[in-house]
Each structure stands twice: as C-alpha cells, then as structure tokens.
Design a protein. Structure first.
Lengths: 181, 266
C-alpha cells in the first residue's frame, strides 16, 4: 500500500529480509549476532556495495549478507571462522566420507528439537555449514550455491553431503542421550 | 549400494535425488535402488527427515519485528518520506547522499557504482585491504589463530579448517621464524594467512585463490606498511609488513624459492 511511495531499497531488500536473516542466523549460530549482521548487510546494500546492476535481488542480498557475516565473525570472534566447538569431530569428518553406519532413525531426527538442531549445525566448520544453510535455509540450488561461493559444483556437492553426514552423526542417539533416551 | 540392475548409487547421487537435482532417468534409478535396498532406504529417510527438520526450523525463523521496523525506516528514508524513527540530521544527510548514489547507479545500469568501486585500481584496492587485515591482526590479542613454528602443524590446520592451504615454507635458516596462521576474510572469501617474524617485525602472507583474484605483481606502501604481491598457479599472494621495502622484497624471494622447493619435494 505504501509500496508506490517507496524507493528501490524497499523493493530490492525488504522482500528478502527473512532470507537474509536466516542465512545470518545459520552462519553465526545465534539471533542477536544475526540481527547485527543483517543490519550491516542492509546498510551495505543501501550503499550499493556489491554493485547491484539488475538481476536476482535475492541472490544479491544473500551474497552481501554472507560477506557481512564473514566480516562480523572475523572481527568479533577471531578464530571462529576456523575453530569449531568440537574441532576433533570436524577433522574426523573431513577425513571420512559420509558414514552410512552413522544413520539415526528418521523418526528420531523428526523428534529432534530446534535447539539440538542448531547446536549440531553450529558444530560444523564454516565451509560446510554455509553450504547446508544456503541449501536448506535459503533453498538455493547447487548451481546458485556454486555461483555465490565461487566453488566448483562438485565441491558444493561433496561439502553438502559431508555436512549432512556430520549432522546425522551429531544427532545420533548416543549424542542425544540426555534429551532423547 | 546397488539397485536391481546392479548399478552403484553413490552418496552424492542420493543427496542430489533428495535435492531434486537429478533428471528423470537418474531419479528412476535411485527409486529402484531404494526399493531394493533397505539400508539405502533408511539412509535416505534419515536424510529426508534431517532436511524436513532444518526447513521447519528455517520456516519458523523470521526476521525479528524490531529489525524489520529499523530496515523499513531505512527504506522510508530511501523514498524521502518521513521516517518512522527520527534520525539525527547528520545521519539523514549522509543516508540521502547514499540513496542518491544508489539511484544514480540504478539509473545508469550500475555503471556509476562500477566507476566508484573501480576508482582505485584492483591491486591498490587489494593492497589496502591486506594492510587493513594485517593491522587488525596486530591489534587483536593474538595476530594468529594457530600458534606454531612447525609447518607440519600449520599446513594440516589450514587443510582441516579452510579446505585449502598455501605452501608453508620453513625459513628458519634465513632467520625468519614461522609464528603461525590465521584466517582473513577478503571480499567475502576466507583466505589463509601465514605469519612470520623477522627480527621484531611481523609479516603476514595471505594466499588468495586464483582465478577468483587476478594475479598482478604489485607493490605499494601505505600508512607505514609495505605490501607486495606475487602469484603462482594456485594462489595470488600478498605479503604485508612494516619491514623496510628491501627486506620485504628479500622475504618474498626466499618464500617463493621455498615454495618451489616444497613443490618439487613432493
């Protein structure tokens, strides 16, 4: 209703605010940081950093948000781009291919609460976390993820498979022992 | 894992099926394999449940109202009608000038913004980013994320966490000590950075993946720091230090020799 009076910022950015917020939440792992990141991303978007020149406004805002999240994490939590809450797990995951033995029952995963899921996601190293967040939280295709991250599509596929393998393992019954005996 | 026809369904294909990235024929093969193989089907169901759980989480997770209102205020400013939240005059003027720039940029099909962004040449702009990263690291409690003088520690550390690693050269014989490594962010790309110490001067060597970054041999000095760039087949390197120019040149030379020696030793 006020749309006709709004400028390009409103048309380009506001429709994709939820998507930007989800990406930021997935990357930083918490709501307060995600707000800071999205605020910064919107300011960057307003300044035109990222060089929007037509095309997919959502992909444009997500790319700006991704950059803002990386900058935020590099500044506010030095080392967090690399170090995970469980780096041993990360290293093992890097060596292994997805482990079919580590397959929890589907019904168990369906019962996993949001907090357990977010904890599992936060335990992934950033290169893996960002791929699965772009896929599941933002519903980007393999090709769109490859374009945004400048990775070959094969790398996107292998990181996505590994990310899911790591998440399944993190959600195995013995890990959930306290919440789902 | 094999299906009726004895075909192998690998893990990537399973994920691609889940993500709707397969064509009809490949999808049919996966369906056959799932029907014939309970273990594969269980794996697929678990993956599908994971995907559903994550999407459920995302669907419930919307930008908070306060954030949306702030951004709508920004958009209101953009359209030059009264913003819901009064902003200090200085801020508003600053924002309006940005809006003007954005509008010009859009009107010109992005060419104006392109010009603004490309005003500084690519190497100069990158050099300044590198110097900023180096200075930021010096201000941090530790200029490194992993402390080790052993290249056999630093290289796997990068491999494990960044999935890429630059050649880590041992320069102890030249009196240059490896201090450790850290991750910098350059234009949204996470870039491995090695930190060396020569006398009391720290040297940051950042490896940017080519061809994302173009290789342009360049040198520059700014705010008391020297920056120097070179490249090999895999990376564009930037070294930044408060060392005198000649010393940094010498460092770059021995680093390149060492990297080549590493390569040949493989």
């Amino acid at each position: 209703m006020t749309d006709s009076r709004r400028g390009p910022f409103a048309d380009l950015v506001l429709p994709h605010l939820d998507g930007a917020y989800r990406l930021a939440r997935g990357l930083t792992g918490n709501a307060a940081d995600a707000e800071d990141v999205v605020q910064d991303a919107c300011e960057r978007a307003l300044k035109g950093i990222g060089g929007y020149a037509g095309g997919d406004a959502r992909a444009w805002l997500l790319a700006i948000t991704r950059n803002a999240a990386f900058t935020f994490m590099a500044r506010k939590r030095p080392g967090s781009l690399l170090l995970t809450s469980n780096s041993e797990e990360a290293e093992r995951a890097l060596e292994d291919m997805p482990d079919e033995a580590a397959t929890p029952e589907a019904s168990l995963i369906a019962r996993a609460d949001a907090a357990a899921l977010e904890r599992a996601l936060a335990s992934l190293p950033i290169p893996f976390r960002e791929i699965i967040v772009l896929r599941e939280y933002n519903d980007l295709s393999y090709r769109e993820i490859a374009e945004m991250t400048k990775l070959p599509i094969g790398t996107v596929m292998s990181r996505l498979a590994r990310a899911r393998g790591m998440l399944l393992r993190a959600l195995m019954p013995d890990r959930l022992g306290r919440t789902a005996p | 894992m094999t299906n009726d026809a004895g075909e192998h369904i690998d893990e990537f294909t399973l994920h691609a099926a889940l993500d709707g990235e397969l064509d009809a024929i490949a999808t049919m093969r996966v369906e056959q394999a799932l029907a014939a193989n309970p273990a594969l089907a269980a794996r697929y169901e678990a993956l599908r449940a994971l995907r559903a759980a994550m999407r459920q989480f995302a669907a419930n997770d919307r930008a908070p109202d306060a954030l949306r209102q702030r951004m709508e205020a920004m958009a209101g400013d953009d359209a030059r009608h009264a913003p819901p939240m009064a902003l200090p005059r200085e801020t508003r003027r600053w924002r309006l000038s940005l809006v003007a720039a954005l509008l010009l940029g859009l009107a010109g099909g992005g060419s104006v913004m392109q010009f603004v962004m490309r005003e500084k040449s690519e190497p100069t702009r990158l050099a300044m980013l590198m110097v900023d990263d180096h200075r930021r690291a010096l201000l941090a409690r530790e200029p490194i994320d992993v402390a080790s003088s052993d290249r056999h520690t630093v290289k796997p550390w990068f491999d494990a966490r960044l999935a890429i690693s630059p050649p880590v050269v041992d320069l102890a014989a030249q009196g240059i000590e490896l201090v450790g490594g850290r991750a910098d962010v350059v234009e949204g790309i996470v870039a491995p950075t090695l930190v060396y110490r020569q006398r009391e001067h720290l040297i940051s060597v950042t490896a940017l993946p080519s061809p994302r970054f173009t290789a342009t041999p360049a040198a520059l000095s700014t705010s008391g720091y020297e920056a120097l760039s070179w490249s090999d087949r895999v990376f564009v390197y930037w070294a930044v230090s408060d060392l005198p120019r000649a010393d940094l040149d010498a460092f770059a030379l021995v680093f390149q020799r060492g990297a080549t020696a590493n390569e040949n030793a493989r």
